[in-house]
Design a protein around this ligand. Structure first.
Ligand SMILES: [Fe+2]
Length: 133
């Protein structure tokens, strides 16, 4: 599948959040390439670990900003973060249990997992933060 390209459409207009999102997209693309290049299960696992760890760290970053700037939807947004991390871990387990590697469907799921949240919940957060930061 094609690489994800970070563009204006994905910007939430808050530089420090955009930077995190770019990094996550970079890791997603590393995973995409690893799959295309037939890298080992061990390597794929390492890339997914990196993606999940980086995402967890990024969510903590957003949650700190929400607290600092009094975002009223914080609990709802945190719940969505918990669900997203859970979904990624389940996918990782599924991939590691199966002998085959990551499928196109898995990658598409991860693409939606990543961009869907940025385009909806994070846009709302960005709009709010733009007004108060
Ligand atoms: Fe978020």
């Amino acid at each position: 599948m094609k690489d994800l390209i970070w563009g204006k459409v994905l910007s939430v207009e808050i530089d420090e959040i955009d930077e995190d999102h770019r990094k996550l997209i970079d890791i997603f693309n590393i995973l995409n390439h690893a799959l295309a290049d037939g890298e080992s299960q061990e390597y794929l696992k390492a890339v997914i670990d990196e993606l999940i760890n980086c995402t967890s760290w990024h969510f903590s970053h957003e949650e700190r900003l929400m607290l600092k700037y009094g975002y009223t939807d914080i609990e709802q947004h945190k719940e969505i973060h918990r669900e997203l991390v859970q979904a990624a871990k389940e996918l990782q387990d599924k991939i590691l249990m199966a002998d085959n590697t990551i499928s196109e469907d898995d990658l598409m799921f991860l693409e939606r997992w990543l961009t869907g949240h940025i385009l909806t919940d994070d846009m709302k957060l960005g709009e709010y933060l733009s007004q108060v930061m």
